[in-house]
Ligand binder design. Sequence first.
Ligand code: TYD
Ligand code: MG
Length: 453
Amino acid sequence: MLKPMNKTKTSFKCSNCNYITIKWIGCCPECKEWDSLVENIISTHGGHNKIHFGTTPAQLTSLASIDVNEQPRVHSGIGEWDRVVGGGLVPGSLIVITGDPGIGKSTLLLQVAYEIAKTKRVFYFSTEESLQQLKGRAARLKITDNNLLFSDAAELHSIITTAQQEKPDLLVIDSIQNCYINDAHTLPGSAGQLREAAFQLMRLSKEHNITVIITGHITKEGIIAGPKTLEHMVDAVFYLQGEDRWQTRMLRAVKNRFGAINELGFFNMEQNGLQEVPNINAHLISEISHAPGSAIVSIMEGSRPILLELQALTNASKLAMPQRVVSGLDHKQVVLIAAILEKYVKIKLSMHDIFFKVSGGFKIKGSESDLGTAFALLSSYFQEALPERSIALGEISLTGQIKPINNISHLVKEAEKFGITTLLIAKNQTIEKTSCTIKRFHNVYELLSLFGQ
Ligand code: TYD
Ligand code: MG
C-alpha cells in the first residue's frame, strides 16, 4: 500500500491586513500596501493536520481560586495625568500615547517618567531623539538627575532583554514607530512590525509586571499604519491633542481597561514644559463674552462637566443657497435646530447664512447642547444677548418640545461654582435645590419670551 506523502504547501500572507494568496504579488490587493506579502510554509502530512499529544495541556481554574492580588496604582503627582489614566498607572499594563508630531508627547512622558522615578525604577528608551537632545529637553524642563535611566537603543529585542533582566517598574519607549526588530520579515515602521512589537511588549508587561508606555505618531496613513492598528491590542490609548488657542493641550482617554474613557486632562505648553490646568472651567468662562449670538452650555467630558460657549452668527443671505458653516458641532444638528425654529417659531432662518462654532476648539457630540444651539441662533437673529450669566441645558425634539437631560445636578453644581446665576431648562426637568434663578420652557415657541421683539 502507498503511504501518503509529506507535502509542503506555500502561501503568502499580507503582514498588514492578513490577506492570504498562493502567489506572491508586489502590492496587496486588499489593503494596497506594497511589499507586505510574507511567505508562509505549511507542511501537511498526507493531508491531515496532526495533534501533538505530547504538548502540555492548558491549566483550567475556577473563579474562586483565581488569585487577585491588586497592586496599588502608581501616581506621578501630576494631577491631570493621574486622573486621565484612571487614578494612577496600573502595574503590568501596556499604554499608548498618540498624537500629531510636535504636540508634546515626549515632553509629557519625560515629565511623568521623572516624577515616577522619584520612587520607582524607570527606564526611558528614546528611539527618536539622541541622548544629547534629550538632555537639552530635560534642562528646559528643569529636570535634575534622579534614578531615571535613559537609552537610545531602538532594537526591540534588546529593549525587551534589558527590561527582563533589570525589571523596572516603568518602561517608556518613545516612539514605537522608530523601533525595529532584527530578523523580522516586515519593514521597520510597517503595520505588521508595529503589531509584532505591541504583541511582544504586551507579553513583557504581563509576564514581568512592568508598566510599558509607548508613543506613536498619527501618520499620514493614520488609521491603517498608525497607532490605530494597535488600539485593540493594548490596555489603554490616550490622545494628546492641540487646541487652537492658548497653547492648551488635551489628554483624552479613548480606551482604558482601568478607567473611564473620554476623561480629559488639560495642560498648557509653556517655556518649561507642560503645566497642568486643573481649573479649566475658570479658564473657559473668563473667555466668554456676553453678546448677541452667544449661549453657554455645559457638557460632561469623562467625569467632569465643562462649560462651553456656543457662538452663532446669522445674516440675511444674498445667495440662492445660504451658507452653513459649522465647527465643533455636527453640522446636521445645527441645520436641524434651525429647521425646528423655522417651523415652530416662524423665523426665516432658511434665508439666512448661518455661521456657528464652539469656543475653544472643543467638539460637542450628542444633543445636550440643543437648547443652547437654539438660544445662540435666536440671540444672533434678534441681535439681543441672553440674560447675563445664564446657562442652557436641554434637548429639543423634532416636534419642538424642550426635553430634560440626565445628570443635570452635576452640571449645575459646577456652573454655580463659576458664577452662573440663571438656568434655562425644560419645563419637566427635575432638579435639586439650587441658588440659581430657573426659567423653564415647554417648547421652542416659549424661547421667544427672552427676546423683546
Ligand atoms: P515634543 O514633546 O517634542 O512633541 P512630540 O513628542 O509629540 O513630537 O514637543 C515639541 C514642541 O513643544 C516643540 O514645538 C517645542 C515645544 N516645547 C515647549 O514649548 N516648551 C518646552 O518646555 C518643551 C520641552 C517643548
Ligand atoms: Mg517626540
